[in-house]
Write a protein that binds this ligand. Structure first.
Ligand SMILES: [Zn+2]
Length: 347
């Protein structure tokens, strides 16, 4: 079968948040942890302090495990720098990892991942920093000249970026020729999905509480809905995106790990597929489509990878199983026997 494309990850970071995991198990909510200066800012501090080499070395091990579990293309976001130097350092780390690893990485600029603590109560000033300083610096550093496009993403959520702030950032990114993505409707429905459709975004991601009206807009658009069932699982929450309903409405649904140190430290697409079958009403076949061809379209590579077709890149998996349904039927062990990347056995 084709290799998995993981179209939404925060795989590049320093440190970990195991203590926070235990804190959450004792009852603290994600937003409470964030308000207490933990959450994303914890990883931001660790990533700001780390050298590019440290970030590369820590992240490379995660990419190795993703490859071993059958992922041949991974999207990777910045967003743990949250200042111009830190975001550029992350883009540099992503570039080094892409060059030095068998996996291909699609880079995404997520300067608008969170409001850094130093901009608390001055949120619009931070948005100005993203638009007026970070984006020109990224352009000046040559990241917009590559053949593969750079994406821009925004975390549109209460306590993060409003729809108006998200629109300002994404419109600027669009004007610079960047592809667009958005974290929408993870905890609160603010209108991020409608914004994604309006701006012609490549994907709208999370969609755990998107109203039906916006799901219909998504179905009528070319924007892919990227669902991340590992995240509610990682948070021990019971509310999952309505994958079944979205597919029935005609939304192009993709799956991704959302690999990140806070809410979902998961490197396995097959595990995400297992969750999608059980908690989002998707069939085993639909989870394969969502993890290959639809996921390829979610990173703008639908014409190059994601299916076994003449002329496409030979990113292939050999699986040790009697039937394709075993991919999501079984979980917790790795059934990927051989990984072939661009025609070469790599794992
Ligand atoms: Zn994310």
């Amino acid at each position: 079968m084709p290799g998995f494309v993981d179209p939404h990850t925060h795989v590049v970071f320093a440190g970990d948040r195991a203590p926070e995991f235990e804190m959450r198990l004792r009852g603290a909510s994600y937003m409470e942890i964030m308000a207490a200066g933990g959450g994303i800012m914890n990883t931001v501090r660790a990533t700001r302090e780390a050298s590019p080499e440290d970030i590369v070395n820590e992240s490379r091990k995660r990419l190795d495990r993703m490859l071993a579990h059958g992922t041949t293309i991974v999207e990777a976001k910045t967003g743990y720098g949250l200042n111009t130097a830190g975001e550029l350092k992350m883009l540099e780390a992503i570039r080094l990892l892409d060059q030095g690893h068998a996996l291909d990485i699609v880079p995404t600029f997520l300067g608008a991942h969170a409001i850094p603590t130093e901009y608390k109560d001055h949120e619009d000033e931070y948005v100005s920093l993203v638009v007026d300083e970070m984006m020109p610096a990224i352009e000046a550093a040559g990241y917009l000249d590559h053949q593969a496009p750079l994406f821009c993403d925004v975390f549109c959520e209460e306590g993060a970026f409003s729809v108006g702030q998200s629109r300002r950032i994404l419109q600027e990114a669009k004007d610079l020729g960047m592809g667009l993505k958005i974290h929408a409707d993870e905890f609160n429905a603010l209108g991020g999905t409608a914004l994604a459709v309006e701006l012609g975004a490549t994907s709208a991601d999370h969609l755990a509480c998107t109203p039906e009206k916006e799901l219909r807009l998504l179905a009528d658009s070319d924007t892919v809905g990227v669902l991340l069932p590992g995240t509610p699982f990682g948070l021990a929450e019971t509310h999952y995106a309505q994958g079944r309903k979205m597919i029935d409405l005609g939304v192009a649904v993709a799956l991704a790990t959302d690999l990140n140190p806070g809410t979902c430290y998961c490197e396995s697409m097959p595990f995400v597929m297992a969750l999608a079958c059980r908690y989002m009403g998707m069939t085993p076949a639909e989870t394969i489509v969502a993890s290959t061809i639809n996921a390829a379209y979610a990173v703008g590579l639908g014409n190059e990878v994601g299916s076994l077709e003449i002329g496409k890149k030979a990113d292939l998996l050999v699986l040790d199983m009697p039937d394709y349904r075993h991919l999501s039927y079984r979980f917790g062990t790795n059934l990927v026997e051989t990984v072939i990347k661009a025609g070469r056995v790599v794992s």
